[in-house]
Design a protein around this ligand. Structure first.
Ligand code: SF4
Ligand code: SF4
Length: 186
């Protein structure tokens, strides 16, 4: 059903357009003074990035690939997360894991590479839900700025180090590639 919009009869003061502007400016000034006189923590406006609102439990932010106690990756390259991902943004290459130990739960595989295209990720959390090893978590970091598209392709080590500063944990770096020299003895 249609709605009848009543015509507003403007007074001569309204027709000057100065009075409505003054009323608008008064409202703006009232809010400005109210916010200025309110203690910083209670203001509606957050002075980001100096101030940040607390993130609620269950928030799904930047991923972390979890580690075992010896800093090895917890992921066993089972591809469950990649299969569950509706955005198809997880790419995994598996490799056999020769030096089995108890920390890895005698797993036979690990990811040689594990990449998430953060530009395609929709932060749905399906990868975390699907993971049988509890190896991928979506935590609370929402500050995902970058200078190029390439920076948003996070690899295994990026993902293992996403929360090192916050947790005070050790950064995991790729193992150095051994250089062989023709002049080496033997
Ligand atoms: S949060 Fe969702 S879209 Fe992002 S990687 Fe995980 S499953 Fe894929
Ligand atoms: S993160 Fe979890 S679900 Fe994904 S491949 Fe690794 S173990 Fe499997």
């Amino acid at each position: 059903m249609g709605v009848v919009v009543k015509k507003v009869d403007l007074t001569w003061l309204d027709r000057t357009y100065l009075w409505p502007i003054a009323k608008g400016m008064f409202i703006t000034l009232k809010h400005f003074l109210k916010q200025t006189l309110t203690p910083t923590q209670k203001r509606l406006t957050v002075q980001y990035p100096d101030m940040k609102r607390p993130v609620l439990d269950g928030y799904r932010g930047l991923h972390e690939l979890k580690r075992n106690e010896d800093n090895s990756v917890k992921c066993v390259a089972c591809f469950m997360c990649a299969e569950a991902c509706p955005a198809r943004c997880i790419t995994i290459e598996a490799e056999e894991f020769g030096d089995l130990n108890m920390l890895q739960g005698l797993a036979e595989k690990r990811p040689a590479s594990f990449q998430i295209d953060m530009l395609r990720c929709i932060f749905c959390g399906m990868c975390q839900e699907a993971c049988p090893k509890d190896a991928i978590w979506l935590r609370k970091n929402y500050e995902l700025s970058c200078q190029s598209r390439a920076e948003m392709q996070l690899d295994k080590f990026n993902l293992m180090n996403t929360y090192t500063e916050k947790d005070g944990s050790e950064r995991v770096v790729p193992e150095p590639v051994l250089k062989t020299s023709n002049n080496q003895p033997g």
